[in-house]
Design a protein around this ligand. Structure first.
Ligand code: DQA
Length: 139
């Protein structure tokens, strides 16, 4: 059974309440419970953190998994450290953004992670996490 770690970055603990027009009205915990019931043939873990150093430590922990699904949130656009952590990983990392960052302001168009990601899913809402899991299971 494949082990997959989902890591969400800053402010994604507020999903469901935060800018629902962009990010939807479901909390990630509720969505994650649904994912667990849908993907009984995978071992899914989920962590979220608001701080850069914590996020980097969690990416390092991804080495114990078959794949990581990472939404680095705002740190995608600002953190060379988060990009370096992904670059250092042998484990495949899929980058997910709930919103279409390319339809938003230019400061959200660049990600320090994308170059090192095995795949990038953008603008598919929470379904983007499903797409990433499906891809991992096909690998
Ligand atoms: C996000 C997009 C980022 O630009 C933003 O800072 C986020 C969420 C997304 O999932 O669409 O916090 O990563």
């Amino acid at each position: 059974m494949k082990k997959i770690l989902i890591i969400n970055g800053p402010n994604l603990n507020l999903l469901g309440k935060r800018e629902p027009l962009l990010y939807g009205s479901e909390s990630f915990q509720s969505f994650f419970n649904t994912l667990k019931s849908e993907y009984t043939h995978a071992e899914l873990d989920y962590v979220q953190c608001n701080e850069e150093s914590e996020l980097i430590k969690m990416i390092h922990k991804g080495a114990n998994y078959d794949a990581v699904i990472l939404n680095p949130a705002a740190y995608s656009h600002t953190s060379i450290g988060v990009g370096d952590a992904v670059a250092a990983m042998d484990t495949p990392v899929f980058e997910v953004h709930i919103s279409n960052v390319f339809a938003r302001s230019a400061k959200r168009h660049h990600s320090y992670v994308s170059k090192y990601a095995s795949g990038i899913i953008v603008g598919a809402g929470l379904d983007g996490y499903r797409m990433a899991i499906d891809q991992v299971l096909r690998l």
